[in-house]
Ligand binder design. Structure first.
Ligand SMILES: Nc1ncnc2c1ncn2[C@@H]1O[C@H](COP(=O)(O)OP(=O)(O)O)[C@@H](O)[C@H]1O
Ligand SMILES: [Mg+2]
Length: 254
């Protein structure tokens, strides 16, 4: 009996430990657009401090999954756990304030305000709101090009610069989990490498976790783990170190 109790305590401790090590846990998620069944029984986890990449061809449901994580779409079934909190039914702004930073596909910066004001908008995600008017040095360390562009209009930046601005704005909110939807789409190769390096540096210096949707193989390889999606379901997963040619050909548009 004593032994049983010890075993039980050990198991509970282990389970708590495992909960603490997971930044995001998605279980049995089903999402519909009207009557179209888009996401099917999706399970996916992002361990703390790791980068997880979701791959899959156009139209399989990757953006739908990220929108559901952010609360922009409601799942019909399933749960979304952020660290130790069930956020399945929380409003989007509450999720942001809990520490989920989101960079949507197509970046979504505001073209008619300055780069600096775009960055300051990122502070809205910090509980208690906007208290400062300065951009931390850390942002310019990550994206040096933004320093020289602070007074430009967001819409005057190149595509690659806008993407860097969008990621920087998310970082301004000091997220614990960063969710990126195809950050290199339509961006020239040299800037892709800069964005990759910045994301890796963010992980290294802040211990943040990242969920990345990406088509660019070099960037996918920077992640620790991958999940492959087909027709709204997860059909393969593993360490990116073990990514086979077969998986690459099937799930990436290379
Ligand atoms: N607003 C919408 N209304 C209805 N169907 C949609 C909507 N947005 C996306 N879809 C459909 O959902 C499926 C998944 O889309 P999406 O999540 O954007 O795929 P991905 O990001 O993998 O390219 C596609 O078949 C798409 O046509
Ligand atoms: Mg998409």
């Amino acid at each position: 009996m004593v032994l049983n109790n010890n075993l039980k305590m050990n198991r509970e401790r282990l389970e708590q430990q495992q909960v603490a090590d997971i930044a995001l846990r998605i279980a049995d998620l089903n999402v519909y657009y009207g009557e179209s069944h888009i996401l099917r029984n999706v399970d996916l986890s992002v361990p703390v401090g790791q980068m997880v990449c979701l791959i899959g061809r156009n139209g399989v449901g990757k953006t739908t999954l990220l929108k559901t994580i952010m609360g922009l779409l409601k799942p019909r079934t399933g749960n979304i756990i952020f660290v130790d909190k069930d956020i399945t039914n929380l409003a989007t702004d509450r999720r942001a304030k809990l520490g989920i930073g989101y960079v949507p596909q197509g970046r979504d910066i505001i073209p008619r305000i300055s780069v600096k004001d775009n960055l300051l908008l990122g502070l809205e995600a910090i509980p208690g709101g906007r208290k400062s008017n300065t951009i931390p040095q850390e942002i310019f360390d990550l994206f040096p090009v933004l320093r020289t562009m602070l007074s430009r209009m967001g819409g005057d930046l190149s595509g690659g610069q806008q993407q860097q601005l969008a990621i920087a704005r998310a970082i301004m909110g000091k997220p614990r989990l960063l969710v990126l939807d195809e950050p290199t789409e339509g961006i020239q190769p040299s800037i892709i490498l800069e964005i990759e390096a910045a994301v890796k540096r963010i992980i290294k210096t802040t211990g943040i976790s990242v969920l990345l949707v990406e088509q660019h193989l070099h960037f996918v390889r920077q992640a620790d783990r991958y999940y492959a999606m087909q027709k709204g379901g997860i059909v393969a997963s593993g360490d990116t170190a073990d990514l086979s040619q077969e998986v690459i050909q099937e799930f990436l548009a290379v």
